[in-house]
Design a protein around this ligand. Structure first.
Ligand code: ZN
Length: 306
């Protein structure tokens, strides 16, 4: 959930860059970002949609912006040679095309099997979940324990924040944190980044220096639900700064997709400032919550008091 959610709620409504960058050298070696030497160069697809802006990101990655959504969500489709990963399914407000929403976009791009991983469980990241028949969860102990013997996970109202859809999902695959997931010629890892929510997951493509971070950090005020979650937020930012230098490119789940790497340090600075009591918030009310709004060097953190 992001600021846009509240703008809408208060109203109140609840709801390619084409491969010009491919170097001659990359073409000679096969598609970039893999060790494959016999592969044909990948030719990006130009997606047609009246509800999305789809941009190609080297290598074999598509940025899918829900430009007509009240949430301004950004989802990512990450392709290997044997399987693909969809990172979030969006806010579901776009007009259905041929009975599908996100599938309409995906089907233009690939016929590989697609596994869905949600960055977290807030309602604006999973509204097209019924279009996915293979879902992976990050293997956190409490999520495993909360999943039935039949593999069904029931979402709580608190996890969704708004609405009651999706009520549940069948979990088909568990991905241990910090472990390579082979997509065929490309590996990713899921990394636990608690703070925005406990289950928040990041996808890292270490070889290609890409980080997809959901709502932990994006282009806009960052939401912290309860002062107690400032602690994991800070622990996570310390981990991120220690492990991922500025050779990595960061992509968020709302607004302008790419986030400057320097925003991690700005986030650390404001979290320290809040922790030390040196940042003074402005107060506001939103949706029945008292909200502390902190601002330092252009970085905003909004703490929703419970
Ligand atoms: Zn969220």
């Amino acid at each position: 959930m992001s600021m846009l959610k509240f703008q809408v709620a208060v109203l109140p409504l609840i709801l390619a860059v084409l491969c010009g960058a491919c170097s001659k050298e990359e073409e000679d070696q096969g598609h970039s970002g893999t060790n494959e030497t016999n592969s044909e160069p990948y030719v990006p697809v130009e997606v047609i949609s009246n509800a999305h802006t789809v941009t190609y990101l080297e290598p074999r990655t598509y940025i899918i912006e829900e430009t007509q959504s009240s949430q301004g969500n950004v989802c990512y489709l990450i392709l290997g040679e044997e399987r693909a990963v969809m990172f979030d399914t969006g806010a579901g407000e776009n007009t259905a095309v041929d009975g599908t929403r996100m599938r309409y976009v995906i089907d233009q791009i690939t016929d590989l099997p697609v596994t869905l991983l949600m960055s977290h469980f807030h309602f604006d990241h999973n509204q097209n979940i019924s279009e996915f028949d293979h879902v992976a969860f990050m293997e956190l102990e409490y999520l495993v324990e909360g999943t039935s013997a039949e593999g069904v996970y029931v979402f709580s109202d608190a996890e969704l924040v708004s609405g009651s859809y999706p009520a549940s999902v069948e979990v088909n695959e568990w991905w241990p944190p910090d472990t390579d997931i082979d997509l065929g010629g490309r590996s990713i890892q899921v990394v636990s980044i608690p703070g925005h929510t406990d289950e928040s997951a990041m996808i890292v493509d270490a070889q290609n220096k890409l980080m997809f971070m959901g709502d932990y950090i994006y282009d806009g005020p960052l939401f912290v639900f309860g002062q107690q979650n400032l602690i994991p937020y800070q622990t996570t930012v310390d981990m991120l700064i220690a492990n991922y230098d500025d050779s990595f490119s960061i992509y968020g789940a709302h607004g302008t997709p790419q986030v400057p790497h320097g925003d991690l340090q700005k986030l650390k600075d404001i979290l320290v400032c809040i922790d030390e009591g040196e940042c003074i918030p402005s107060m506001t009310n939103m949706m029945g919550y008292l909200v502390q709004r902190y601002n330092l060097n252009g970085m905003w953190v909004w703490v929703f008091l419970e």
